[in-house]
Design a protein around this ligand. Structure first.
Ligand code: PEP
Ligand code: MG
Length: 889
C-alpha cells in the first residue's frame, strides 16, 4: 500500500525525492539526536496525486491523523487544546530548495478558545493574540486567497489609530481587535468564516501548500533553475516553537562556514525575541552570531557543537535555521548550504585538506559555471572614487546599471535592452522577475541571509544588502544618501557585491585574479587562496578527465591565449574570419572575376596572406593539432549589402550623376548570388565544389605554412576539415582536391606534408550516413550549431529573437537548444554518427566544435557519447576542462 506520511524518525537524507529536501534533512537531524521539534512529512507523492486529480489521495487524511496523534502524545497536549494548545507549522519542502517560493502557515491550532489557553500557558496575552492574528492573516491569504494587502492595510489603519510607530507598540487588546477585523475581512471577501476547527485548519493548510507548487512565483523560479515541473512538494508539519517569548528567546540562521568566502567557523545572524520569518525577511537588522554568545551562552555553545556535528556528518558546508525558546535551542532546518563560487572552490580545497572528502570529490563540489563567474572582471577600486554607501557583500561580482525601484520597471527597461540595478528596502519573492532582469540588487535592510542575499547568490547575481545609509523611498522612486544627495530613478549606479560597496556612475572594471592567473600564471597575495583552490581543482580535473579540450581560434593571439588556458589544440579555425577587413577587396575580386585568369590572380594574392595566418597559428600551437576548416559561409557575405548598394546607385542617379560602375557591377553580382535561404544555400563544401581554385588556394596556404614551420624546426600538426558535408560523394571530391594539392606542395618543397582530412557533421543526413562518410573521413567534428539548426529547422540567426522566449515560457524546452545540447533529438544524431562512424573506421577521432563544446551540461553529454574532445572559445577552455573532469567522476 502507498504511504503518504512519514514521521521524522522514519526518514533520512537519502529520501529527498519523497520527503523533499527540508523533510529529509529534518529526519536526518532527528536520527543524529539533535533537538528537532517533533513532526511528520506528507510526501511529494501525495502532492503529485493531489495536483493530478484535485482531490486528496485516499487514506492520506487518516495517516495525517495517526501521525498527529503521535506528536500529540509526545507533547502531552492536543492540537488546539483549549487550555494549553499544541500548535503546528505547515511548510513546503521540495526536492530542490526553492526559498520563499511556496507557502507556509504557522500557528495552526489557534482559535477563539485556544488563544486564551495560549495566553495562560505562555504567560503573555499579547504573545497569544499576536500569534492568533498572524495565523488568521496567513491562513486568510494563503489558504483562503484573500489579498494580503488588505490585511496589511487593516494593520496599518490600527497602528495609525493607536499612534503606534510599529507592531510592537500594539497591545493585546489591539491585536484581539485586529483578529476580529481580519475575520470580518475574510467573511466579506470569501463569504466564508475563518475555520475554528484545528483539524480543518491543518487539512486545508496542507492542501494550500500542495497548490502553491503551481503558483506563479514557484513556476518562474523552477524555470530559471531548471527544476522539473512534475516533482511536487512535500509538506512538513512540525510542532511550533517560539522565538518571541522574551529576551532569552530568539531566532537565527547559521552556516558552518562563511558562505561568501568559505572561511571556516560558525557564521550567521541572530535576532533576539523574534520568529524565524523576521530574520529572513530582513525587516529588523540582525546581530552577528557571536552576539548570541553574550545573550544566551549555553544555547550558543550547544549550537556550535551541532554545527560541527552537521559539517562532519554531511562533509560539507551546512546552513541551519534555529530558534531558542526560553533558553532551549531547537534546530528547525538544515541543508547543504548555497555558497558563492569563490567559497565553493575554497571549501572544496579545505575539505580535501581536512581529509573529509577525496580529491575527486573536491572536483565534483565545484562547477564550470562557478569558475566562469570567477573569471569575470571586478571594479577598479583605485578609480571608483568614494563609495556612496556600504552594505553587506551578499553576492560577489561587479555590475552597473540605471537605478529602478520596482520589479516591473526592472523588467520593462531590461526588455528594452537597458542595464538596471534594482534598489529596494528589502526584497520579497514578488521581486523575483525584477531580480532576474537586473544586473545587480541593492537593499537598504537585511543581512547576508535576507531574501535578497539568498536568492541573488543562487542566481549568481551581484548583490549588496543592508546598506543602511541609504533612505530608499520606493513611492517617490528615489533614494537619499547620508549626506543628503538624492538619486532619482534612471541614475547610473555601480554595485560591488564582493566588497559590499556602491558607487555613483559606471565604475571602471578590472580583470579578475583568477583570470590573471589562468592567463599568466601570476597570483597576487590577496587572492592567493581562491586562485590556489581553482588551480587545484583544475589540476585534479585534468588528471581524471578523458575528454580532451581544444579551442576555437582563428588568430595566433587567440591560439596562444587558448594554449595558456590549457587548450590541447585547435578544434576549429574558421578561415572565413581571415577574409574580412582589408582582404575583403581581394575576396570581392575573386567573386567578381570574369574569367579563370582573373580569379587565379585574386586567389594568388590571397594565398600569402592565408599562409601567414596559418603559420602564426601553427607556431602558437606547435606540437598540438590545429584543425583548419575550409571556407564555409555563402560568398555573398563578403560582398556589400544589397539594399545599401541599391540606395547608393539610386541616390547617384537622383542627383543626376552616373552611378559608380564598380557599384553597378557589385550590385549585379550581389543580385546573381542572392539566396532566400543562404544558410541552406551555396555554402560549406558546396562552395569548394563550384568555385574553381578556392579549395586549392586554401590547402596550398596550409601546406606551405606546414613546410615553413617544419623548416623552422617546428612540429606543425595541421588537419584539414571540410564543412557542411551531407553526402560521402561531396567529401570524396573535396578530399581528392585536398590530397592533390598536398602532394603537389610536398613534391615542390621536398618536405612531406601529411594532413589528416576530416569532415564536420552538421547535417542530419551526414549523421545518418556517418558510416559511409567515415570511409572518406579521417576524423569527425560535430558542428552542433548547424546540426541544431538543421535538425530543428530553426534559423540560428533569427529564432532567439523571434519566438524562443515564448517557447521557454510555454516549457517547450527549459534552455535554448543552441546553448545546451538537445540530448533527445540532436544528441541522438550524435550517438548514431559516433556508433556508425566508428563501426566503419575503428578508432575514428571525433570531437565537437559548436558552441555546445563550452557548455557544462553539454560537455557531460559529449563525455557519455564517447567523443574524444570538445572545442570551445578560448575563455571557456578552463570551464570545459573542469566539467570534462566532473563528467568523468
Ligand atoms: C557549427 O555549425 O557548429 C560550427 C562550429 O560551425 P559554424 O558555427 O561556423 O557554422
Ligand atoms: Mg557550421
Amino acid at each position: 500500500m502507498v504511504r503518504y506520511v512519514y514521521d521524522f524518525a522514519e526518514g533520512g537524507r537519502d529520501m529527498a525525492d519523497l520527503l523533499g529536501g527540508k523533510g529529509a534533512n529534518l529526519a536526518e537531524m532527528t536520527r543524529l539526536g539533535l533537538p528537532v521539534p517533533p513532526g511528520f512529512i506528507v510526501t511529494t507523492e501525495a502532492c503529485r496525486a493531489f495536483l493530478a486529480t484535485g482531490a486528496e489521495p485516499d487514506g492520506m487524511s487518516r495517516e495525517v491523523s495517526r501521525h498527529l496523534s503521535a506528536v500529540e502524545a509526545g507533547a502531552g497536549r492536543l492540537l488546539g487544546q483549549p487550555d494549553d494548545p499544541l500548535l503546528l507549522s505547515v511548510r513546503s519542502g521540495a526536492r530542490f530548495s526553492m526559498p520563499g517560493m511556496m507557502e507556509t502557515v504557522l500557528d495552526i491550532g489557534l482559535n477563539d478558545d485556544s488563544v486564551l489557553g495560549l495566553a495562560k500557558s505562555s504567560g503573555s496575552e499579547r504573545f497569544a493574540w499576536d500569534s492568533y492574528r498572524r495565523l488568521v492573516q496567513m491562513f486568510g491569504s494563503t489558504v483562503m486567497g484573500v489579498d494580503s494587502a488588505l490585511f496589511e492595510r487593516a494593520l496599518e489603519r490600527l497602528k495609525e489609530l493607536r499612534g503606534a510607530p510599529d507592531d510592537l507598540h500594539l497591545e493585546a487588546g489591539d491585536l484581539a481587535e485586529l483578529v476580529d477585523a481580519y475575520k470580518i475581512l475574510i467573511r466579506d471577501e470569501t463569504g466564508e468564516d475563518f475555520p475554528q476547527s484545528p483539524a480543518e485548519q491543518l487539512r486545508r493548510a496542507i492542501l494550500a501548500v500542495f497548490r502553491s507548487w503551481n503558483g506563479e512565483r514557484a513556476r518562474l523560479y523552477r524555470r530559471r533553475e531548471h527544476i522539473p515541473d512534475d516533482l511536487g512538494t512535500a509538506v512538513t508539519v512540525q510542532r511550533m516553537v517560539f522565538g518571541n517569548l522574551g529576551a532569552d528567546s530568539g531566532s537565527g540562521v547559521a552556516f558552518t562556514r562563511d558562505p561568501a568566502t568559505g572561511q571556516p567557523g560558525p557564521y550567521g545572524d541572530y535576532l533576539s525575541n523574534a520568529q524565524g520569518e523576521d530574520v529572513v525577511s530582513g525587516i529588523r537588522n540582525t546581530v552577528p552570531l557571536a552576539g548570541l554568545e553574550r545573550l544566551v551562552p549555553d544555547a550558543y555553545r550547544e549550537l556550535c557543537a551541532h554545527l560541527r556535528t552537521l559539517e562532519q556528518h554531511y562533509r560539507d558546508l551546512c546552513d541551519i535555521e534555529f530558534t531558542i525558546e526560553r533558553g532551549k535551542l531547537w534546530m528547525l532546518q538544515t541543508r547543504v548550504g548555497k555558497r558563492t563560487a569563490e567559497a565553493a572552490f575554497a571549501i572544496a580545497a579545505e575539505l580535501v585538506d581536512e581529509g573529509l572528502i577525496a580529491p575527486d570529490e573536491g572536483v565534483a563540489r565545484v562547477s564550470g559555471e562557478g569558475l566562469a563567474r570567477l573569471m569575470f572582471p571586478r571594479f577598479d577600486v583605485s578609480a571608483t572614487g568614494a563609495a556612496l554607501a556600504h552594505g553587506i557583500a551578499a553576492s560577489p561580482g561587479a555590475a552597473f546599471g540605471a537605478v529602478v525601484f520596482d520589479s516591473a520597471e526592472a523588467v520593462r527597461r531590461a526588455a528594452a535592452g537597458e542595464k538596471v540595478v534594482l534598489v529596494r528596502q528589502e526584497t520579497t519573492p514578488d521581486d523575483l522577475p525584477g531580480m532576474v532582469a537586473a544586473q545587480a540588487v541593492l537593499t537598504s535592510r537585511g543581512g547576508k541571509t535576507s531574501h535578497a542575499a539568498v536568492v541573488a547568490r543562487g542566481m549568481g547575481k551581484v548583490c549588496v544588502c543592508g546598506a543602511e545609509e541609504l533612505a530608499v523611498d520606493t513611492e517617490a522612486r528615489r533614494f537619499t544618501t547620508r549626506d543628503g544627495t538624492v538619486f532619482e530613478e534612471g541614475t547610473v549606479l555601480s554595485v560591488d557585491g564582493s566588497a559590499g560597496a556602491v558607487y555613483p556612475g559606471a565604475a571602471p572594471l578590472v580583470d579578475s585574479a583568477v583570470m590573471r592567473y589562468l592567463e599568466t600564471g601570476e597570483r597576487d597575495p590577496e587572492s592567493a587562496g581562491v586562485v590556489d583552490a581553482v588551480a587545484r581543482a583544475l589540476r585534479q580535473a585534468d588528471t581524471v578527465r578523458r575528454l580532451e579540450v581544444r579551442a576555437n581560434a582563428d588568430t595566433p593571439e587567440d591560439a596562444a591565449r587558448a594554449r595558456r588556458f590549457g587548450a590541447q589544440g585547435i578544434g576549429l579555425c574558421r578561415t572565413e574570419h581571415m577574409f574580412l577587413g582589408d582582404r575583403r577587396k581581394l575576396v570581392e575580386e575573386m567573386i567578381l572575376a570574369s574569367g579563370d585568369a582573373e580569379r587565379d590572380r585574386a586567389l594568388e594574392a590571397l594565398l600569402p596572406l592565408q599562409r601567414r595566418d596559418f603559420t602564426g597559428i601553427l607556431e602558437a600551437m606547435d606540437g598540438l593539432p590545429v584543425t583548419i576548416r575550409l571556407l564555409d559561409p555563402p560568398l555573398h557575405e563578403f560582398l556589400p549589402d544589397r539594399t545599401e548598394l541599391a540606395v547608393r546607385i539610386a541616390a547617384a542617379e537622383a542627383a543626376g550623376n552616373p552611378p559608380d560602375p564598380h557599384d553597378t557591377e557589385l550590385l549585379g553580382a550581389v543580385n546573381r548570388m542572392h539566396e532566400e535561404n543562404p544558410m541552406l544555400g551555396l555554402r560549406g563544401v558546396r562552395l569548394g565544389l563550384v568555385v574553381p581554385g578556392l579549395v586549392a588556394m586554401q590547402v596550398r596556404a596550409v601546406a606551405e605554412a606546414v613546410v615553413e614551420r617544419t623548416r623552422a624546426g617546428g612540429s606543425p600538426q595541421a588537419e584539414i576539415m571540410v564543412p557542411l558535408v551531407g553526402a560521402v560523394e561531396e567529401l570524396r571530391l573535396a578530399r581528392e582536391e585536398v590530397e592533390r594539392v598536398l602532394a603537389e606542395v610536398s613534391e615542390e618543397s621536398g618536405v612531406p606534408v601529411r594532413c589528416p582530412v576530416g569532415t564536420m557533421i552538421e547535417l542530419p543526413r551526414a549523421a545518418l550516413t556517418a558510416g559511409r562518410i567515415a570511409e572518406e573521413a579521417e576524423f569527425f567534428s560535430f558542428g552542433t550549431n548547424d546540426l541544431t539548426q538543421t535538425t530543428w529547422g530553426f534559423s540560428r540567426d533569427d529564432v532567439e529573437a523571434a519566438f524562443f522566449s515564448a517557447y521557454l515560457d510555454k516549457g517547450v524546452f527549459a534552455t535554448s537548444p543552441f546553448e545546451t545540447i538537445d540530448r533527445t533529438g540532436v544528441g541522438r544524431l550524435v550517438e548514431i554518427a559516433v556508433a556508425e562512424g566508428r563501426a566503419a573506421r575503428p578508432g575514428l577521432k571525433i570531437g565537437v566544435c559548436g558552441e555546445h563544446g563550452g557548455d557544462p551540461d553539454s560537455v557531460h553529454f559529449f563525455h557519455t557519447a564517447g567523443l574524444d574532445y570538445v572545442s570551445c572559445s578560448p575563455f571557456r577552455v578552463p570551464v570545459a576542462r573542469l566539467e570534462a573532469g566532473r563528467a568523468a567522476l
